[in-house]
Ligand binder design. Structure first.
Ligand code: SAM
Length: 313
C-alpha cells in the first residue's frame, strides 16, 4: 500500500521530546570511543512488543514510517513526515545517518550476494522500502530468498502488503531476543534452508536491545544454529562527543520515555558483540568506511559503526 495515497487522514500529533537544536546544527558528530559507561546509557528494561506505546496508531508518528520518510520512501503519513522534518531541522545528522546506514546495507548485501549467499534473514527490518535487502540482492541473484523479521505487528502487516508478488520474499513477526523461534518461523514460513549458509542482518537494531537482553548472547545463539559459511552484518549507533552530544542524549531520553531502550555503544562494546563471529576486512569501522565505493568521505560522519563477519567452524 502506498501510504501517500492512503485514505486515512491521521490527526496531527508530534512528539514534544525531540532532539534540541545543536549549537551549530549542521556540524557532523564526532565519534567517541570513550563513553562514560561501556554501553553509554543505562537500561530501562525491554518492553514486550505488545507494550510498545501508541506506535501502532496512525494518529501518531511511527518510527519505521519516519525512517521511511527520511529515506524518501512512499510508505509514510503526513504525521510521520512532519516529525521527520522536525527532527531533520533540529539534528540534520540524523537523516544523514539513516541514509548512510541504508547505503552501508546496500554495500554489505551486494558484497554477500556477489560471494554467492542466496538466503538473507533481516532482523528489525522496519518497512522494506527505499531499496532494501531484497531489491539489492535480487539485482544480483534474482532467485534470492529474503526473510524480513520485525517485532512490530503493524510494521509486519504493512511489509506483507508491500512485498506481495516480489519474489521469494517474506515478512514475519518475530523478536530478535528469541533466536530459536525466529529461525523456526523463518524456516517454516519463509522457506529458509538452515542447513545452508544464511546472511543474518542486524542493521540499526541492536541499539534497541538493552544490556539485560544480552545482544552478544543473542548473536551467539543465532551463530550456533546457522551453517558454516553464514555471515553476520551489524550496524550500531555509537556515542558522540562535541556539539551533537546533547542531541544524542535527548534521543536516548526520548526513546526511554517511550519505554524503548536506545543504547549507543562504544567501539569496544560493539566489537565484543561479535564474539566468535570472524570479522572480515576492513573489520568494525564507521559505516561510511565499510568498503566505500568512493574514497571521498560522506558529507557527514555518522555516529554508527558497522561490520560484516563470517561463521567459521
Ligand atoms: C531503525 S529501524 C531499522 C530498519 C532497518 N533495519 C534499516 O536499517 O533500515 C528498527 C526496527 O527494529 C524493530 N525492532 C526493535 N526491536 C526489535 C526486536 N527485539 N526484534 C525485532 N525487531 C525489533 C523496530 O520495530 C523497527 O522496525
Amino acid at each position: 500500500m502506498n501510504m501517500r495515497s492512503s485514505a486515512r487522514t491521521p490527526s496531527s500529533a508530534r512528539d514534544s521530546s525531540l532532539p534540541p537544536k545543536p549549537p551549530e546544527n549542521s556540524e557532523p558528530p564526532e565519534l567517541s570511543d570513550s563513553g562514560a559507561s561501556d554501553s553509554g546509557a543505562s537500561n530501562s528494561g525491554t518492553p514486550s512488543a505488545d507494550s510498545r506505546p501508541e506506535e501502532s496508531s496512525v494518529a501518531r508518528a511511527n518510527t519505521a514510517r519516519v525512517y521511511d520518510a527520511w529515506l524518501g520512501g512512499s510508505e509514510n503519513l503526513p504525521v510521520d513526515r512532519a516529525l521527520a522534518a522536525e527532527i531533520a531541522e533540529r539534528a540534520p545528522w540524523v537523516p544523514l545517518g539513516v541514509k548512510a546506514n541504508r547505503a552501508f546495507l546496500e554495500r554489505a548485501v551486494e558484497f554477500l550476494a556477489r560471494v554467492g549467499v542466496d538466503q538473507f534473514l533481516d532482523i528489525g527490518t522496519g518497512l522494506p522500502t527505499a531499496r532494501n535487502v531484497h531489491q539489492v540482492a535480487q539485482d544480483i541473484l534474482p532467485d534470492v530468498r529474503v526473510v524480513y523479521v520485525d517485532n512490530d505487528p503493524d510494521v509486519v502487516s504493512q511489509a506483507q502488503e508491500i512485498l506481495a508478488g516480489q519474489g521469494k520474499v517474506t515478512a514475519i513477526l518475530g523478536d530478535a531476543r528469541d533466536p530459536r523461534a525466529v529461525l523456526e518461523r523463518a524456516a517454516q514460513d519463509g522457506g529458509l534452508d538452515l542447513s545452508r549458509p544464511v546472511a543474518l542482518l542486524f542493521i540499526a537494531v541492536l541499539h534497541f536491545l538493552s544490556d539485560d537482553d544480552d545482544p552478544a548472547g543473542i548473536l551467539n545463539s543465532f551463530r550456533e544454529r546457522l551453517a558454516p559459511g553464514s555471515f553476520l552484518v551489524v550496524s550500531h549507533v555509537t556515542p558522540v562527543t562535541g556539539a551533537n552530544a546533547p542531541a544524542m542524549r535527548q534521543a536516548v531520553r526520548m526513546y526511554q520515555e517511550r519505554a524503548v531502550p536506545f543504547i549507543p555503544r562504544n567501539r569496544k562494546v560493539v566489537g565484543r558483540l561479535f564474539g566468535d563471529w570472524e570479522l572480515i576486512p576492513p573489520g568494525l569501522v564507521e559505516i561510511d568506511q565499510w568498503r566505500p565505493v568512493t574514497k571521498r568521505r560522506a558529507e557527514a560522519r555518522v555516529p554508527a559503526l558497522g561490520a560484516v563477519a563470517r561463521l567459521v567452524r
